[in-house]
Design a protein. Structure first.
Length: 434
């Protein structure tokens, strides 16, 4: 799908015509107001926009009755697999097909009503619980926090049914190998996996507070965590790494901010060329989405190095680390996992400048440590691809200025690529950021 076509889709779903589209899709309701809540753009696979809608039910003669109701509605130009879902409405605007549904009746996530309806999930679990929706990516996934009367918590992950089965398999594999990861509590074949919580805090919290003299020890813990991933994971289905899809992310960046299209595509071209020419190392087990939100860390006991085997749950470093969001666990290159972490870390000062005053120092130290253990040029080339994938994510629909954030992320991608070229002997600059 061309960038111009997806730009038109984005304009349709976020522009003034979206109101009449929503009114057509909800004939039993009279719209009072609507607003774009979130935009999800999957490069080459369509645009999905979520809306908050206030509406009144239509009574006899079509007149509105009763009090206004709040609704959450999604509209998508993506290709869906479950197009015969009763709650799904198909509209056509010129030559564009738009699918509209009301949350939680996502056509691709049949378990979502179960997960977010307290009475239904309570019946499923056999005890009264409350629920809180933590995240929702239409047609892709949702995460729901489930809390018991006694205060116990778990997370219901809602996916397409085949993906849910695959996720449960990966969680069990990690648990059997001793890697710290949430355990599977319950499953439902409609696409729900209930998992336990993980002790500790996201790595992002520690990066915000600063690591001081503990920075090297934590890096070593993360290295050990990577090394402890189960060998059997290399036999799982391969998932493309972020950098493998760099062309798609250049496309998404161009849709989000047309003025940077040439720069985004130049980064993508450079990453593709370097990935083709540099050896990334052997195929090993990888997490697949190894970054600061998916790594949980806590302080642990220190012990003499000789007395321990390096595992994720007990290390001589004084830290304990584990992982969540293990959907992409499988075969890959260690360079891609580290590129994922470094690329995400590099955009944090642009995402929240005041929150990460220590980030540059930590990132510089970890790069130096990594260069002692892995060929750095392949890692940094891939980090450029990861960072480019985050450019479109800077877009905001609430009126907040976001262009500066997006441009900062693009500069980081250019920096990683320049640094990779320098280390590979192709020119470029080792350290400066433009």
């Amino acid at each position: 799908m061309a960038a111009s076509s997806e730009s038109a889709d984005l304009a349709l779903l976020t522009g003034p015509d979206a109101g009449s589209m929503l009114a057509t899709a909800l004939p039993a309701w009279q719209l009072q107001s609507w607003a774009v809540h979130r935009v999800n753009h999957r490069p080459g696979a369509g645009v999905t926009v979520s809306y908050t809608v206030t509406a009144r039910a239509r009574g006899e003669g079509g007149r509105p009755t009763g009090s206004p109701r709040e609704k959450y509605v999604c509209a998508s130009t993506a290709q869906l697999s479950q197009t015969f879902t009763p709650t799904l409405v198909r509209l056509t605007h010129r030559d564009t097909a738009v699918w509209v549904w009301e949350y939680p009746h996502d056509p691709e996530l049949p378990a979502l009503p179960l997960a977010v309806t307290p009475s239904r999930i309570s019946g499923f679990l056999g005890e009264k619980v409350t629920v809180e929706l933590k995240s929702y990516r239409p047609t892709r996934r949702a995460v729901v926090k489930v809390t018991t009367r006694g205060g116990g918590t778990a997370f219901a992950k809602v996916l397409r049914p085949p993906a849910a089965q695959s996720l449960a398999k990966r969680h069990r594999m990690l648990g059997e190998s001793g890697v710290l990861a949430p355990r599977v509590v319950r499953e439902d074949p409609s696409g729900l996996v209930l998992i336990s919580t993980l002790p500790g805090e996201p790595l992002a919290n520690w990066l915000a507070r600063g690591l001081g003299e503990h920075s090297v020890a934590l890096f070593n813990t993360l290295w050990n965590l990577q090394e402890s991933l189960p060998a059997a994971a290399v036999h799982l289905t391969h998932r493309p790494a972020w950098a493998d899809r760099v062309g798609h992310y250049a496309h998404a960046a161009a849709v989000a901010l047309p003025g940077i299209a040439a720069r985004a595509h130049a980064v993508a071209s450079g990453v593709t060329q370097m990935m083709a020419s540099l050896d990334p190392g052997p195929i090993v087990p990888v997490h697949g989405d190894f970054y600061e939100a998916n790594i949980f860390v806590q302080r642990g006991p220190s012990a003499p190095a000789a007395a321990h085997t390096f595992t994720s749950t007990s290390t001589p470093t004084g830290w304990i680390a584990g992982v969540i969001d293990v959907d992409s666990l499988g075969p890959g290159y260690r360079a891609d996992d580290w590129a994922c972490l470094l690329g995400h870390m590099s955009v944090l000062p642009h995402l929240a400048p005041a929150a990460y005053p220590h980030l540059r120092s930590i990132l510089g130290q970890w790069c130096a440590l990594l260069e002692q253990r892995l060929p750095a040029a392949p890692v940094y080339a891939r980090a450029a691809g990861v960072t480019l994938s985050l450019v479109a994510g800077a877009v905001r629909t609430d009126g907040t200025r976001w262009e500066h954030d997006a441009l900062g992320r693009l500069r980081e991608a250019e920096h990683w690529l320049s640094r990779a070229r320098y280390l590979a002997g192709y020119g470029g600059n080792a350290y400066s950021r433009g």
